[in-house]
Each structure stands twice: as C-alpha cells, then as structure tokens.
Design a protein around this ligand. Structure first.
Ligand code: C5P
Length: 239
C-alpha cells in the first residue's frame, strides 16, 4: 500500500471529540482540523450548550466531515425512537445509545435509524473502572458487562460498539459484526486525564479498532493539527 493511501485510510478512522463549550470554539476547531481527521464528534457539553443548530453549522462549514452525535441515549423506547428520528433530520453519520438499556431498546433505535445513520452502542464508560462499576451496583466486572452488552448490541443490529481498548478483543469475539469505536486513546506521551482504561493508537489498531475517538490529546495539545497528524501517522504505521 502507498504511504498516501495508508494515511487516507488512517485519517478516516480518527474521530476528534469536539468537547468544547460553544459553537464558535467547535467551528474554529473543526475548520482547523479538517483534512487532518476523519469525523467530528459532537458530545453532550456542546449539544446542551448550542442545541441542534451547532450540528447544522458544522455540516455547513465542513460538509466533507461526517458528524458523530454522541448523546448516549438512555430512556424509554418511545423517547429514544423520537430522538433517533430527530437525529436523522440532522444528517449525522453516527448516534450513540447506552447498551445498558437492553436489546429491545437498542432495536427500536436501529429500526428508527433505518440505515440512514449508524447506531453505536456504548457499553461501559472508559472512565469507569472495576471499583466504579461495583459502586454503581454492578456485580459483574467491566469486561463481563462489556461482553454482555456487546452481544445485545449485535442482536439488535447496531452498526458499532463503543468500548475501551482493553476490552476490544473480547468484544470482537462476542460480536464480530460490530465496528469497534474506541475512546480513552492516549498517545504514549499524553496526559491520562480522567480516563482509567486507556490504550495507545497503535495498540487500538493492532487489537482491531475500526475508529479511534480522541479529544484532549488533540484539542489540548499546543498544536492540535500536529497532534492529529502524529496520531494518523501512528495509525497508518499500525494498519
Ligand atoms: O478527551 P478524551 O480523549 O478523553 O475524550 C474521549 C471522548 O470519548 C469524550 O468525548 C467522551 O465523552 C467519549 N467517550 C468516552 N468513553 C465512552 C464513550 C465515549 O470517553 N465509553
């Protein structure tokens, strides 16, 4: 494979999390990073601050960058169906729902998405370690919970699964059809922050990640473009 082709494939797998306080900051970051990342992720902070208008503005400003709407829906099926219907109108590529809702809730979302957008199931947050899961009342270890939820997501027809790199191999074995989307990515030199279960970009690719979600290691870097390029280079080398 040529180096250019490897870089294109690598870039398409990098999702930058626009965890920023307002639309101006998000638009500035997206404009700066276009051509250096594959997708942009709009998460709760930005969506709660700016609403769907920020998604429309990002689409208008950077039409070539697909949007991943990371709202981690967790509600009764009727409400989740309505939210998926609304997300379809925003023309986003991916929407997250909590796999802890169970397979029937996930199925409603997949039905409503009708192939117009991909439903990604969130298994266990990468900020939650074993102690946090126990404190939340779970009797199973994070890895077991992830496996159980991956099977539910696959049964419901989700496109992908969000899990930590540590559980990637287990998830792939439990649900091989799902595209693994991996947050908690930290290049060897980056700060861990509040993430507990972290992995480097090269490790994530070697273990079978389809997409890598990276926020602070890019946005908080002195040069975000250089940070994104370094991650793409690491992915390309590992492909
Ligand atoms: O800054 P950092 O790289 O830690 O950002 C990770 C992103 O991935 C955040 O936007 C966070 O909401 C998201 N995420 C996560 N763990 C999950 C699902 C999503 O960290 N299980």
């Amino acid at each position: 494979m040529s180096a250019d082709r490897a870089y294109d494939l690598a870039r398409a797998r990098l999702i930058v999390a626009l965890d920023l306080p307002d639309a101006d900051a998000a638009l500035a970051a997206a404009s700066r990073l276009r051509g250096h990342v594959g997708l942009i992720k709009v998460g709760l902070e930005l969506f709660v601050a700016e609403g769907p208008a920020v998604v429309r503005r990002l689409r208008e400003a950077c039409p070539e960058l697909p949007i991943f709407l990371d709202l981690k829906l967790h509600d009764i099926p009727n409400t989740m169906r309505g939210a998926v219907r609304a997300a379809r109108r925003l023309d986003v590529r991916f929407l997250t729902v909590h796999a802890g809702s169970g397979a029937s809730h996930l199925r409603v979302c997949v039905d409503e998405a009708a192939g117009a957008l991909g439903i990604l199931a969130v298994t266990v947050l990468t900020s939650q370690d074993e102690a946090a899961c126990r404190e939340a009342g779970h009797t199973r270890a994070p890895a077991e919970l992830v496996e159980l939820r991956a099977a539910a997501a696959a049964a419901a027809g989700c496109e992908g699964i969000v899990c930590s790199g540590e559980e990637l191999e287990r998830v792939r074995a439990a649900a091989p059809a799902l595209a693994p989307v991996i947050p908690g990515i930290r290049p060897a030199t980056a700060d861990r922050g509040d993430q507990q279960r972290i992995i480097t970009p090269a490790q994530a690719i070697a273990r079978g990640a389809r997409y890598l979600v990276v926020g602070r290691p890019i946005l908080s870097a002195p040069d975000p473009v250089a940070a994104a390029d370094a991650i793409v280079a690491e992915i390309a080398a590992a492909l």
